[in-house]
Design a protein around this ligand. Structure first.
Ligand code: FE2
Length: 237
């Protein structure tokens, strides 16, 4: 039985960027409805109750009600955590480094992300994945449905997320949302994923070895030995 997650901030706390009226409807009504309908759908499919939601949402064979309402619950649960009052600013650490590697700067990244968000047709989401790719999904579909990893950042561009405050001007909502950004970071499995992706693509062996050696020195040693992987001479120490 899924339940509505409590926010760590008041409905009015995200003003002036997102109003209390929107938060009350968005969290208290829309998110609650996704949960109610997800629970009802799972009542009809008891064999699916023990499967973790991210795994369930990656399956192509789940009933549409679970895909839609389960996605609605999963996506919004994360979305609330990526916002906070008096936030904004740039990520630090590994995430900042990987964003800069891929997009050259955080500002360039936000420009691409915002453009993709603004161009989502109809209702949907824009995501940043652990491999630093930006993708979009329709309705409440998750990246996992596309066979991708769980997102590390996402923006809800359904009209219910902004219409009361910004009417049809989605771009203004997107611009304001960056002022609330908080708490995005790479999980340790994301670092492994990134390292692996870089190895498989063989596009940045030095980045791969530096990355893995920093985070998982024992694993790196064993892997380099097994693969007879030679560290590039210019690898950062
Ligand atoms: Fe939403």
């Amino acid at each position: 039985m899924y339940t509505l997650p409590e926010l760590t901030y008041d409905y009015t706390a995200l003003g002036p960027y997102i109003s209390g009226d929107i938060m009350k409807l968005h969290h208290g009504r829309h998110h609650q409805t996704y949960i109610d309908k997800l629970n009802a759908a799972l009542d009809d499919e008891p064999e699916l109750n023990d499967i973790a939601l991210p795994e369930l949402l990656g399956r192509q064979d789940v009933p549409l009600a679970i895909r839609n309402h389960g996605g609605g619950h999963y996506n919004h649960t994360l979305f609330w955590q990526w916002m906070a009052p008096q936030s904004g600013g740039e990520p630090t650490g590994d995430l900042a480094r990987f964003i800069e590697q891929k997009y050259s700067s955080f500002q360039a990244f936000t420009d691409v992300f915002s453009s993709r968000a603004n161009n989502v047709f109809g209702s949907g989401w824009v995501w940043l994945l652990p491999d630093m790719e930006i993708i979009t999904t329709s309705n409440q579909d998750t990246p996992m449905l596309l066979g991708r990893a769980e997102p590390i950042l996402g923006l809800d561009v359904w009209e219910h997320a902004y219409y009361l405050d910004y009417k049809n001007v989605r771009a203004d909502y997107i611009k304001a949302w960056w002022e609330l950004l908080t708490g995005i970071s790479l999980k340790s499995d994301s670092v492994v994923y990134l390292c692996s992706a870089q190895l498989i693509r063989i596009v940045a062996p030095s980045a791969f070895s530096a990355c893995l050696k920093t985070k998982y020195p024992l694993l790196a040693g064993a892997l380099f030995s097994a693969l007879r992987f030679t560290e590039p001479a210019n690898m950062p120490k």
